[in-house]
Design a protein around this ligand. Structure first.
Ligand code: NAD
Ligand code: UGA
Length: 463
C-alpha cells in the first residue's frame, strides 16, 4: 500500500514535531495533525512560526517550510480520520489521578476516546499506530474497541513508540538511533508494518528500522525509559556518597563512563530528573509488574523513583541547612525552571518541588528562565495544591532579566542547565547579592573554582 495521507491525533510535544518532520521528509504525503485543544491548533497555525506552541531548536523552520504545503493543523478530527490511510495516536497518557491504579497506572481514557472515534468514523480499512507510550498489551484493548464498535472495516494496529528527547527533538527525529515498529505476524500485519517502514525509509536507513511483535515494541519503550532514568538515579545515589567521602561525582562519572560497557551518556548527576515521562512510565512499569504479581521486579524499579524524589528533597534541605537553618524571608534566586535546557516544557521539573519546599520554609523565590512563561510557573505550583494561588504568587517573583532576579538574593540555585548561564558576568551578579553569597549548582554547569575566587560559597551536586 502506498501511503499518501496521514493523520495524527494529538498536537503535543510528540505529535507536532514528529509530524512536522514526516511532512518535511515526505512531500508527497499529506499530513494532518488534529487536536481537541482549539488554542493549541490556533498556535500551530500562527502566521509567525516563532510563536508555535512548542519551543524546539530547528522546529519553527521546518513548520515554516511544510505548513500549508503538505502539513496541516486542524480541529476537524473526524474529517482527518476519514481521509487518512494511517492514523497515529499521539495523545497524552498521564498517571491516573483517580480510581484503581491511582498514582501509578497510565490513564488510558484519551486513548480509548481516540479508538472509539476512529471506529465511528472509518469507512475504509485503516492502519492505527500507537505513537503514545502505552502499557504492554494496550493494542489488544484498542483492537477490541475498533472491531466491536466499528463499521465492519479492517484495522491493523501497530506500535511505533517515539524515542525523541525534548530540546533535541528535531535532531533526534531527523537522525534517530532506531525506529521501532511492532505489528501482527499475520500477512495483513506484515503489510501494515511494510507500509509504515516505507514512510520512514524516506529519510532513515532501513537497517535502523527494527520490526518486532506488538508486545515487544510496547514493552521496549517502557524499558528504554526505565533504563535511562535508572542511570540518572544510580549516579545521583553516588553523588550523595561522594559528598560524604571527598570523592567528586563528575570525576567518578568520567572514570566509569570510559568503560565502553558502561558508556559516558546519561551519567550527569543533577537535582533529579524531570519531564513528563520518566516518572510516569516507571510508575506504570511498577504497576504492570505488580499486577502480574511480580513484586520483586516492581520494587526494583520503584527504587529509581524513590532516589529521584530523595535527590530533589536533599537539594532543598541543603539550601536551608547551609543558609544557617533558616530561609524565612530570604530571597532565593532560581536560574531555570524548565525540566532541561532548550525546551519550554516544565512538566515534573525539579524546580517546582524545590520551590515548593523552600516556600514551605517561607523563602521568597525569584525566578528567571529564558523560555518559560510566568503563568506556567504559577500553574505548576498551584497544581501541587500545597497552598492557595494567592500565597504562591506572593512567594514567587518572576523576572525576564537574570541580573534583576539575582539582585538582593541570599542564594542562587541553578535548576536548569541553560547554556547562557555559563556566560553570565558572575562578578556583577556577586556584587548585586547579599553577603555571604551562596550558589547551589543543581546541574554542575558552572566553574566552581572561578566562582569561589570571586567570593561565592559554592555548592555543587556530589562534591
Ligand atoms: P501532550 O500533552 O503534549 O500532547 C497530547 C495532545 O493530545 C494534547 O494537545 C491533547 O489536547 C491532545 N488530545 C488528547 N486527547 C485527544 C483526543 N481524544 N482527540 C484529539 N486530541 C487529543 O503530550 P506529549 O508530550 O506529546 O506525549 C504524548 C505521548 O507521547 C505520551 O504517551 C508520552 O508518554 C509519549 N512520549 C512523549 C515524549 C516527550 O518527549 N514529550 C517522548 C516520547 C513519547
Ligand atoms: C526522555 C528520553 O530521553 C527519550 O528517549 C524519551 O523518548 C522521552 O523521555 C519520553 O519518552 O518522553 P526527555 O524526558 O525529553 O526524554 O529528556 P531527557 O534528556 O531524557 O532528560 C530527562 C531528565 O533527566 C531531565 O530533567 C534531564 O535534566 C535529566 N538528566 C538527563 C540528568 O539529570 N542527567 C543526565 O545525565 C541526563
Amino acid at each position: 500500500m502506498k501511503i499518501t495521507k496521514i493523520c495524527c491525533i494529538g498536537a503535543g510535544y510528540v505529535g507536532g514535531p514528529t509530524m512536522a518532520v514526516i511532512a518535511q521528509k515526505c512531500p508527497h504525503v499529506q499530513v494532518t495533525v488534529v487536536d481537541l485543544n482549539e488554542q493549541r491548533i490556533k498556535d500551530w497555525n500562527d502566521p509567525n512560526t516563532d510563536n508555535i506552541p512548542i519551543y524546539e531548536p530547528g522546529l519553527s523552520e521546518i513548520v515554516a517550510e511544510a505548513r500549508g504545503r503538505n502539513l496541516f493543523f486542524s480541529t476537524e478530527v473526524e474529517k482527518a480520520i476519514d481521509e487518512a490511510q494511517i492514523i497515529f495516536i499521539s495523545v497524552n497518557t498521564p498517571t491516573k489521578t483517580y480510581g484503581k491504579g491511582k498514582g501509578m497506572a497510565a490513564d488510558l481514557k484519551y486513548i480509548e476516546l481516540c479508538a472509539r472515534q476512529i471506529a465511528k468514523v472509518a469507512k475504509e480499512n485503516k492502519i492505527v499506530v500507537e505513537k503514545s507510550t502505552l502499557p504492554v498489551r494496550t493494542a489488544e484493548a484498542i483492537k477490541s474497541i475498533l472491531d466491536n464498535t466499528g463499521n465492519g472495516v479492517q484495522f491493523q494496529i501497530l506500535s511505533n513508540p517515539e524515542f525523541l528527547a525534548e530540546g533535541t527533538a528535531v535532531a533526534d527525529l531527523l537522525n534517530p538511533d532506531r525506529i521501532l515498529i511492532g505489528g501482527d505476524i499475520t500477512p495483513e500485519g506484515q503489510d501494515a508494518i511494510n507500509a509504515l517502514v516505507e514512510v520512514y525509509a524516506n529519510w532513515v536507513d532501513k537497517d535502523k528500522i527494527l520490526t518486532t511483535n506488538v508486545w515487544s515494541s510496547e514493552l521496549s519503550k517502557l524499558t528504554a525509559n526505565a533504563f535511562l532514568a535508572q542511570r540518572i538515579s544510580s549516579i545521583n545515589a553516588m553523588s550523595e556518597l561522594c559528598e560524604k567521602t571527598g570523592a567528586d561525582v563528575t570525576e567518578v562519572a568520567k572514570a566509569i563512563g570510559m568503560d565502553s560497557r558502561i558508556g559516558p551518556k546519561f551519567l550527569k548527576a543533577s537535582v533529579g530528573f524531570g519531564g513528563s515521562c520518566f516518572q510516569k512510565d516507571i510508575l506504570n512499569l511498577v504497576y504492570i509488574a505488580k499486577s502480574y504479581g511480580l513484586n520483586e521486579v516492581a520494587d526494583y524499579w520503584e527504587q529509581v523513583i524513590i532516589i529521584n524524589d530523595h535527590q530533589k528533597r536533599r537539594f532543598s534541605s541543603k539550601i536551608v541547612q547551609t543558609l544557617y537553618n533558616t530561609v524565612a524571608d530570604k530571597k532565593i534566586a532560581f536560574l531555570g525552571w524548565a525540566f532541561k535546557k532548550d525546551t519550554n516544557d516544565t512538566r515534573e521539573s525539579a524546580a517546582i518541588y524545590v520551590a515548593d519546599d523552600l516556600i514551605n520554609e517561607q523563602a521568597k523565590i525569584s525566578v528567571y528562565d529564558p523560555k518559560v512563561s510566568r503563568s506556567k510557573m504559577l500553574n505548576d505550583l498551584d497544581y501541587l495544591q500545597t497552598r492557595s494561588s494567592e500565597e504562591n504568587s506572593s512567594s514567587l517573583a518572576i523576572f525576564d532579566n537574570p541580573y534583576e532576579a539575582c539582585k538582593g538574593s541570599h542564594a542562587i540555585a541553578i535548576l536548569t542547565e541553560w547554556d547562557e548561564f555559563v556566560a553570565y558576568d558572575w562578578q556583577k551578579i556577586y556584587d548585586l547579592m547579599h553577603k555571604p553569597a551562596f550558589l547551589f549548582d543543581g546541574r554542575n554547569i558552572l566553574n566552581s573554582k572561578e566562582l569561589e575566587s570571586i567570593g561565592f560559597i559554592y555548592n555543587g551536586i556530589g562534591s
